[in-house]
Design a binder for this molecule. Structure first.
Ligand SMILES: O=P(O)(O)OC[C@@H](O)[C@@H](O)c1c[nH]c2ccccc12
Length: 268
């Protein structure tokens, strides 16, 4: 499936437009100076990289209620309780979707999870401004997602630098060859290959195997999206993934702790 012509907005364009509107509301309530002041009260950022480098396979378990491609996935009244299950199952990190309109997430979810677990936390959102990175760190995130497809020109470089200044580990997300080269040039340490094309929402499970050879061995690769269970995890680990990012398969079933445990510790 190919992307629509540039004149028509893609799903990604529409999501980012909504994110910017919501951002205006938050900015009116909380200034950048307020966020900066709040940084003094948060714990130093946790570094997830040693776990990703050392463990046979790491799981980044996601708190995800809803998505534009699948609609309602799970009712998650208590994200902190779900996060505790993930941590007990051995999750190396926890991803919290904070986008509101399409994913029903919030920074409130991130703060609730932060108060409940010690594992590194990823703010999963469509980050296109420095303000959102500040928000992430002030809410206790240790990692932030930057999606190459949504960051034209040198915006990616500038946000990547700023995130690192804040002490955040950046997960740089790619979906094709050109984006992967961009991430490698940028010096990204942690590169996520999303099997889902965010412009069309189509999933292609062969994406990881195609792009992984373009990434030098000193970087850490994460396979993202459409991972149903340990068999899929093993496949991506065999193709060079050090970590997998899993949402739907974990939120949709009743034993998230066991589901995470079954995906960790596979052999390389
Ligand atoms: O629920 P899944 O298919 O296991 O996917 C999780 C994660 O990869 C997906 O939520 C995701 C990957 N990159 C994103 C960027 C924005 C929003 C969501 C995502």
């Amino acid at each position: 499936m190919s992307a629509p012509p540039a004149s028509q907005p893609t799903v990604l364009d529409e999501i980012v437009a909504g994110v910017l509107e919501d951002l205006d509301v938050r900015r009116a309530a909380t200034s950048e100076a307020d966020l900066r002041a709040a940084l003094a009260d948060v714990d130093a950022p946790r570094d997830p990289m040693p776990h990703f480098r050392d463990a046979a396979s790491s799981v980044i378990a996601e708190v995800k209620r809803k998505s534009p491609s699948k609609g309602e996935l799970a009712d998650i009244p208590d994200p902190a309780a779900l996060a505790r299950e993930y941590a007990a199952g051995g999750a190396a990190a926890i991803s919290v979707l904070t986008e509101q309109r399409r994913f029903s997430g919030s920074l409130e979810d991130l703060r609730a999870v932060r108060a409940a677990v010690d594992v590194p936390l990823l703010r999963k959102d469509f980050i296109v401004t420095r303000y959102q990175l500040l928000e992430a760190r002030a809410a206790g995130a240790d990692l932030a997602l930057l999606i190459v497809a949504s960051l034209p020109g040198d915006l990616l470089d500038r946000l990547h630098d700023y995130a690192r200044e804040l002490g955040l580990t950046v997960l740089v997300e790619v979906h094709d060859e050109a984006e992967t080269e961009r991430a490698v040039e940028l010096g990204a340490e942690l590169i996520g290959v999303n099997a889902r094309n965010l412009k069309t929402l189509a999933v292609d499970p062969d994406t990881f195997g195609r792009l992984a050879p373009l990434v030098p061995a000193d970087r850490v690769l994460v396979a993202e999206s459409g991972i149903a269970g340990p068999t899929d995890v093993q496949r991506f680990v065999d193709e060079g993934a050090r970590a997998v990012l899993v949402g739907e398969a974990l939120v949709k079933q009743g034993a998230p702790r066991d589901a995470v445990a079954a995906m960790t510790g596979l052999t390389r």
